[in-house]
Ligand binder design. Structure first.
Ligand code: MIC
Ligand code: SF4
Length: 758
């Protein structure tokens, strides 16, 4: 399996060669024209003769072209892959070191500290890639999604990545889906990837952005319309003249943050802007190949003419009237125009002063983003405005960093006193050793990131994080206030004069081409079979996995409820990142964070519940450990959109490891639900959401009829109350008949092992 620093043209041509026939078959199957998402999907069906392609219903086997892993999720992915007993990955796979670099001083010092501090993990990842034929992107190479956009994404392709923002590649017209590690292992071991045929949401863009409005505002607006769960089970397809007016990286920004509405993925058609980007990033041959099949790399004309006939829902956005938005705090769908934030902040008591501004993350770290923000920095300096609070800038990749350095854009930020951080996730994932504000002090920060759950960036629950475009980040940071509308308000400069900031159009692509910067890619050797992959038995960061036990054929009887979570319970609440990223390769150690952020529905305490063995109140991870050691299985109760956010399968593996058998929630986020299923835990949803209220702290839960577990058949749950009475309720599940085998085997991986190990 040749894995190079970019997708080989042969692979792409192989996909394009099937387009005529597959797309025609797709049209014949549906008896109508096709959207772009449908074209890409039918091109990647494992069994093209499959006639069961019902939206939101059918489970379908797919054959993605590539797999990308980031270091925080790759460890568990590789540890699982290693147990399959194969000699090499069966589909081109790359690992990217981006999540484990902590922001503290500056790019150079922070990178060195990460290389030293994470040596064991990086060595493991480097050797495991070399051993099994995968590409390895060293720390410093950049954020996975930016590197994928620059090197691997191609129009009409399909990939999966163990990170929820994998859809970033949709900016180039790829169906790119974020998954948990066990899903990646399916593909890496040569099995098809099973997923639910999606619903389709169309976003019709007209007009053109102007002034302070940026591509980010499109997705901030869409998040407001659809909310954090409105995209669940759907692919969002952007089309229309407005779509064609956006740059490729701007489209990437919009697709990236589609993760925040729970969408399976988002994508745009191949157009001139995508062609320009492919050429600028050294992929002329890909652009030529795409030009030759361009009619297959966009929706059929009928779709744009009558979108209502093809999409389950159509959203109209006129870019010409779209105003700059800012979302938050605490949830990415709490949107309003920048101009309205001041009043809302005052009404809610959110701190009006901006304590820090952060530009970067996979969402907004392209060359164009940086030119727009740097232009404002330059303008501010020229007008005598200085920056009074920390401004942190993270380039998305080594290529972007080297190019903006050459083009003098880093200097623009530095002239304002900004700190340029390593090419990595940094504060976006809580890797921020924040020095300027103490924990417990209410403060507001503005970022160009995508997520803003409490504690996400600096680990402080008292930080209010607002997400917006890089342009607006820098404007509000310069103003030092949330109640500043850069389009209409003025600032006092250092000479006491009133001045107005201006925003330029930025540059879509570097006029002198990209500077690739340092070479940070390691290709695997031709034959890696002699390479030793070291997992020390005494390591605190890496641990070999022991397969989870198969189902014992029994129903779940009388299990205690470890957690009844109230309100938002994201993957950050279930398995916190930041300092815990350290243990992503060690299941037992990372289980020390289990449900630490969950709000206990009985009394509202965070991370603390009742231990039924002795009636004491303890942190959830401790109770889980005690139950595990005592051999007590348990269940979890969740609210709406349980497991929103990240793809991290730790949020499913930790509960499974500690003895969770079922999670019963009002609703689930897609990836978390799949992760639970793959690890052998039952995700069930209340048939009547009000039944959530019927579960008391000391109640016991029984799940009946598991022998007859079958698709589309409800599952009976009995709640045995403390007073001796009981309530029988209905719950639903989304297992297909194939997926029920995962439950029987104990995990999807156990099934793979049976087949690969014979
Ligand atoms: C995130 O943005 O939350 C992460 C960190 O990139 C995660 C992956 C992880 O938890 O490792 C994601 O989005 O999937
Ligand atoms: Fe990294 Fe943040 Fe992007 Fe996740 S959202 S991949 S943490 S930059």
């Amino acid at each position: 399996m040749p894995v190079a620093a970019s997708t080989p043209i042969d692979l792409i041509q192989g996909v394009y060669a099937t387009l005529d026939q597959r797309v025609a078959a797709g049209r014949a199957h549906f008896g109508r024209a096709l959207t772009l998402a449908e074209k890409v999907l039918v091109t990647h069906l494992d069994d093209p003769a499959n006639t069961n392609l019902e939206r939101g219903e059918s489970y379908v086997d797919m054959r993605p072209d590539r797999v990308a892993l980031q270091d925080a999720t790759a460890q568990m992915t590789w540890l699982q892959f290693m147990t399959a007993g194969l000699d090499e990955v069966q589909v081109p796979t790359t690992t990217h070191c981006d999540h484990l670099i902590q922001a503290r001083d500056d790019a150079k010092l922070d990178l060195q500290a990460a290389v030293d501090g994470n040596a064991e993990v990086y060595d493991f990842l480097e050797s495991v890639c070399a051993r099994y034929g995968a590409g390895f992107w060293k720390p410093g190479s950049g954020i996975i999604h930016q590197v994928v956009l620059e090197q691997y994404a191609f129009p009409g392709g399909m990939m999966i990545g163990t990170d929820s923002h994998t859809p970033n590649a949709g900016g180039l017209g790829m169906v790119a889906i974020g998954v948990g590690g066990a899903d990646a292992v399916d593909i890496m071991t040569g099995f098809p990837w099973n997923f639910r045929w999606p619903r389709l949401i169309g976003v019709h863009l007209t007009g053109e952005l102007s002034g302070w409005a940026a591509p980010k505002d499109v997705i901030l607006k869409v998040a407001q319309i659809l909310t954090v769960k409105g995209g669940t089970g759907a692919i969002v397809e952007y089309f229309g003249s407005g779509a064609r007016s956006l740059s490729a990286t701007g489209k990437g920004t919009i697709c990236n943050m589609g993760a925040e509405i729970g969408a399976t993925t988002s994508l745009f058609a191949y157009d001139d802007a995508v062609g320009r980007y492919l050429k600028a990033t050294g992929r002329e041959a890909v652009a030529d190949a795409a030009d030759a099949v361009a009619h297959h790399l966009r929706a059929d004309d009928e779709v744009e003419a009558d979108p209502g006939a093809y999409f389950d829902q159509v959203i109209e956005i006129d870019l010409s009237t779209l105003s700059p938005h800012i979302n938050g705090p605490h949830t990415p769908d709490l949107a309003r125009p920048v101009a309205d934030l001041g009043d809302e902040a005052r009404a809610n008591g959110w701190p009006l002063e901006v304590s820090a501004g952060l530009i970067g993350s996979c969402t907004n770290s392209s060359y164009e983003d940086i030119t727009r923000a740097a232009g404002i920095a330059r303008d501010a300096i020229a007008k005598g405005i200085s920056c009074k609070v920390p401004l942190l800038v993270t380039p998305g990749s080594e290529q972007v960093r080297a190019t903006i350095e050459r083009d003098g854009l880093l200097a623009d930020f530095e002239a304002l006193g900004a700190t340029v951080l390593a090419n990595a996730c940094g504060p976006c994932i809580g890797q921020w050793d924040r020095q300027d504000v103490e924990d417990g002090v209410p403060n507001s920060i503005v970022t160009s990131y995508n997520r803003n759950f409490p504690k996400r960036n600096d680990g402080y629950a008292t930080t209010h994080a607002f997400v917006t475009s890089p342009e607006t980040v820098i404007a509000l940071t310069l103003a030092g206030r949330l109640d500043f509308d850069p389009a209409n308000d003025t600032l006092l400069n250092d000479a006491g004069e009133e001045v107005r900031l201006s925003v330029g159009t930025g540059e879509e692509l570097p006029a002198q081409g990209f500077d690739p910067g340092a070479d940070t890619f390691l290709a695997p050797p031709e034959d890696g079979s002699g390479i030793a992959v070291v997992v020390s038995p005494t390591s605190e960061r890496l641990q070999q996995l022991t397969p989870f036990p198969a189902w014992d054929g029994e129903d779940l009887a009388y299990l205690p409820v470890l957690v009844k979570a109230q309100g938002k319970c994201t993957t950050d609440h279930i398995s916190m990142a930041g300092p815990w990223l350290r243990y992503r390769g060690h299941l037992e150690n990372i289980s020390g964070n289990l449900y630490m952020g969950a709000v206990n529905a009985h009394g509202g305490e965070v991370g603390i519940g009742l231990d039924i063995t002795d009636g004491e109140r303890r942190p959830y991870p401790e109770i889980a450990k005690r139950y595990h050691e005592a051999g007590i299985a348990w269940v979890v109760i969740g609210d709406e959109n349980m497991g929103e956010g990240s793809s991290r399968e730790h949020a499913a593996m930790e509960p499974r490891f500690r003895g969770a058998r079922a999670v019963i929630a009002r609703s689930f986020a897609r990836i978390h639900q799949t992760n639970l299923k793959k690890q052998g835990v039952l995700p069930l949803t209340f048939a009547d959401p009000a039944d959530y209220d019927a579960i008391g702290e000391r109640d016991r839960i029984s799940v009946n009829g598991l022998v007859d577990l079958a698709p589309d058949t409800p599952v009976e749950v009995v709640i045995s109350h403390e007073d001796g009475s009981s309530t029988t309720i209905g719950t639903n599940h989304t297992f297909s008949s194939d997926q029920i085998l995962w439950f029987h085997a104990g995990s999807s991986l156990n099934l793979i092992r049976e087949q690969t190990r014979g």
